[in-house]
Design a protein around this ligand. Structure first.
Ligand SMILES: [Ca+2]
Ligand SMILES: [Ca+2]
Ligand SMILES: [Ca+2]
Length: 286
């Protein structure tokens, strides 16, 4: 069994941190629904630095256990949702399934935390970081993901992705990307699905793309980001999952979106537009 605990929680160890509140000793692990939230999502890529531009290998997703009991995260699915982020090129029009099939989410890529649910536990108040690449991205970025819990590793013949040995790999269930799990820097949407969703995934052909549709009842949490404030028509998530969206100031802005924390409580109204704020300092760990 793997137990992910509060090693990254230094900033919260003092008074008032989420980790201080009512942790039940020796509580039995529970499933993730209602207990696991996306705390931060960094997708925009870094401003030019150290001779590179268009640096995006530092993308990450951070999940937090907001409950008082350990949460079973083995088998958890994470995917990015099909659809344009906005009018990226002249003539782009909304192409998501948010309105045509609001009972499901349509995923371009699906990754899974290896193991049975009880094989991987996330302690109360602890965070779990999923990295594009589990390494220290300095000097190309300020983001250090060498302490990430998992990374997306694409095992391809030409070895373009790096398998960082100290960070466990996610299991690739469905991958349609290039040499790594690059989520669009214009603004992707991500869903976290309960392990049992794997039994209900359906392959959907969209032109030359093969998507995976999952019933929304399996959604544990989600975040919707789009290109800008005028891109609402491009929403990918149905209202039952997320009624709003959030956006950063631009591609390669080095900005992440972070969960609003009200006192000790992570705000969750199923509206990414009010539950997340833009931060100029992506902060894996919390
Ligand atoms: Ca990778
Ligand atoms: Ca690895
Ligand atoms: Ca964080």
């Amino acid at each position: 069994m793997r137990i992910i605990s509060m090693l990254l929680l230094g900033a919260c160890a003092g008074d008032g941190g989420q980790g201080d509140t009512g942790v039940l000793p020796d509580a039995a692990p529970e499933d993730p629904a209602g207990r696991l939230l996306i705390e931060e999502f960094y997708y925009s890529g870094s401003p030019p630095a150290a001779g590179t531009d268009h640096y995006y290998s530092d993308q990450f997703i951070e999940l937090v256990n907001i409950s008082e009991v350990p949460v079973e995260v083995g088998g958890l699915l994470v995917g990015d949702v099909y659809g344009l982020a906005g009018v990226i090129n002249n003539g782009n029009t909304p192409n998501s399934y948010a309105e045509s099939d609001p009972e499901r989410v349509y995923l371009e890529n699906v990754w899974r935390i290896p193991g049975e649910p009880s094989d991987v536990l996330l302690d109360p108040g602890a965070s779990l970081i999923i990295a594009h690449d589990g390494t220290n991205h300095q000097p190309f970025s300020t983001v250090d993901l060498s302490g990430a819990d998992y990374e997306s590793f694409v095992d391809s013949a030409n070895d373009n992705d790096v398998d960082y040995p100290t960070v466990d790999n996610l299991e690739s269930l469905h991958f349609t990307g290039g040499y790594d799990w690059l989520m669009t820097v214009f603004g992707p949407s991500v869903v976290v699905l309960a392990p049992e969703a794997v039994d209900d995934l359906e392959s959907i052909q969209r032109g030359n793309r093969d998507l995976q549709a999952a019933p929304i009842e399996h959604v544990v949490d989600a975040v919707e980001t789009l290109m800008d404030g005028d891109s609402g028509a491009f929403k990918r998530l149905p209202d039952a999952v997320d009624t709003g969206f959030v956006y950063v100031s631009g591609t390669y802005s080095g900005e992440s979106v972070q969960r609003v924390i009200d006192g000790d409580i992570l705000q969750d109204t199923d509206d990414s537009g009010s539950d997340f704020v833009v931060s100029s300092t992506p902060a894996p760990g919390w």
